[in-house]
Design a protein around this ligand. Sequence first.
Ligand code: SF4
Length: 80
Amino acid sequence: MPKISCSVNNCHYWSSGNVCDASQILVTSDSMSKSQAQTVDAPMAGSISATPVNSSAETCCKTFVAKGSAQKTDDGVTRQ
Ligand code: SF4
């Protein structure tokens, strides 16, 4: 996977130097992220509908899960 830089340092997958250490991530629209369960994430990306947006401000990383959250294993994503 290409290197992903990320400054969201309270994410379970964040690593020193602002690096994402997730095995895979799902970038999607804010509206899709808000409407879908935590379990909907990168492992099922091939089966979800496209979510066009008008600007970068309308996108987000759906793989985010807070450090220490009990939901960190719900999406099937792992640390590399
Ligand atoms: S999973 Fe998303 S929010 Fe978390 S470190 Fe990676 S890119 Fe950032």
